[in-house]
Ligand binder design. Structure first.
Ligand code: PLP
Length: 462
């Protein structure tokens, strides 16, 4: 046994843990005084931490290790009873993953004094599962659970709610068809509703809703509002500032725009509203989820993926700015094109919810609006329901990738009715508002002239 190891009694380790937590609070306060880009670049990782624990490394190191060793049995006991900050085992937590979680929590609360915690997961889908599961547990004092959600959601989310939750587990899902209509939300929420859910903006149909009013409505029923903010990112919209309780992300998209990994993120404000779950869950949802259900279900992210996601997230604002400016230009070009039936893009004056878009979509730390990188374009067809011209246009694209992806540095076009929304059937597609002539375009960072030239190649095939 090595005698030069630091050994303490249980209280000694707990005291040590409290000192670490106090230092962390100080670092959060410091980061809260910075601008968005500075927070994204540094997070909570500072010189003191680099020198004391990471050989001075100026970049956050990747801890490719499954488990943490402890000095003595007292430290292990304090750690495994969660009485001191610890990471234990990489299914629960990992030092590299913490850097990503701390930074996204700061970015989602940027511009406010809200304190939140983050949790990184293996994918956007696992983030949604981890964020919603804890509200769907049985409670003898309440009616059977139901979910109230916007119908226009990502195809995977539709499948998770409709097939996995409803068809396989009998949890009722009540779809909101017109999320701009508060009366529809009100008519669908009842005592059994455990949370309300929406995407801002929705993928791929780009519908939005009034986060503030829906949060208020949810809270009047003592239930949380959960927002999937993948397509806005905190560089444009931060739903927690408008009353949302939990934000989920597919960090596989614009948050990691250079495209190296699949990753998910959850950010929850402290003291969320919920009529179900233990007090510790409501006090700090993301940290509680990490230590309990996430630990037991196991959708952890690999630390390498966490660091690669963090590396991309540092330039999120610049990327989203560039993509949004190009996307607006391309949306205007498409909108005026004679072979186009319709373009949905929140930056266009023709966007049906333009007022809401103007309220919620701004480039952080600027006085410019930014409406994101994604649009849905419908190609003119001879007869409604056809996709002949659409397919010819799509196959005529040369530089733009045909793929089911978005938020990438490279422009990508997706024919949703045969890809992301193939398995939902006719009814599911009509709920989601996906016509056979709809093409989702996710604008990258190429020069917009080259993107437009490529779209022209597509149009020349019609
Ligand atoms: C892609 C996406 C998801 C799912 O994320 P994965 O990382 O692919 O699991 C969820 N929501 C939205 C809005 C998405 O675009």
């Amino acid at each position: 046994c090595s005698s030069d190891l630091i050994m303490k009694d249980l209280n000694g380790w707990i005291n040590e843990g409290q000192i670490m937590m106090a230092q962390r609070e100080k670092k959060i306060k410091r980061a809260k005084s910075w601008k968005f880009d500075t927070v994204a670049t540094h997070g909570l990782y500072d010189l003191q931490q680099a020198l004391s624990s990471h050989s001075g490394s100026i970049m956050e190191p990747v801890y490719m290790s499954p488990a943490q060793a402890y000095s003595d049995c007292n430290e292990m006991e304090a750690a495994l009873s969660y009485q001191i900050p610890t990471w234990c085992y990489s299914r629960i937590a990992n030092p590299s993953t913490y850097f990503l979680e701390e930074t996204i929590a700061l970015l989602e609360t940027y511009g406010s004094d809200i304190i939140a915690s983050g949790l990184a997961t293996s994918s956007g889908m696992s983030a949604i599962k981890t964020a919603t599961d804890p509200f769907l547990v049985k409670d003898d004092k309440l009616p059977p659970p139901n979910i109230v959600s916007c119908a226009k959601v990502y195809g995977g989310t539709f499948q998770q709610f409709w097939i996995r939750r409803y068809q396989e587990q009998g949890i009722e899902v009540r779809w909101i068809c017109d999320p701009g209509n508060l009366d529809e939300w009100l008519s669908k929420i009842d005592n059994g509703t455990r949370f309300v859910y929406g995407e801002f903006p929705s993928n791929p149909s780009l519908t939005i809703f009034d986060i503030e009013s829906v949060a208020e409505l949810a809270h009047s029923f003592s239930i949380p509002l959960i927002v999937d903010s993948t397509c806005a990112t905190p560089a444009i919209t931060r739903p927690l500032l408008f009353g949302a309780d939990i934000v989920v992300h597919s960090a596989s998209k614009a948050i990691s725009s250079s495209g190296t990994s699949i990753a998910g993120l959850i950010v929850a404000r402290k003291n969320i509203i919920s009529k179900i779950g233990p007090d510790e869950m409501k006090a700090d949802f993301a940290s509680w989820a990490k230590l309990w259900p996430f630990r037991d279900n196991g959708p952890s992210i690999h630390p390498m993926a966490a660091i690669m996601t963090l590396n991309d997230m540092r330039s999120l604002r610049m990327m989203v700015d560039k993509m949004s400016q190009s996307a607006l230009q391309i949306a205007e070009y498409l909108h005026n094109h004679p072979k186009i039936e319709n373009v949905s893009y929140p930056g266009l004056p023709s966007f049906p919810q333009k007022k809401l878009a103007d309220k919620y979509m701004h480039l952080v730390d600027s006085d410019r609006s930014a409406f994101g990188y994604m649009m849905l374009a419908e190609i003119k067809e001879q007869n409604p329901g056809e996709s002949i011209n659409t397919r010819n246009f799509y196959d005529g694209l040369d530089m733009i990738w045909r793929a089911t992806d978005l938020g990438r540095v490279k422009t990508i076009a997706t024919l949703n009715s045969i890809s992301t929304h193939q398995q939902q059937g006719e009814e599911g597609r009509s709920l989601a508002g996906i016509n056979p002539n709809a093409i989702r375009i996710s604008v990258g960072i190429e020069h917009p002239d080259d993107i437009i030239a490529d779209l022209e190649k597509g149009f020349s095939k019609i």
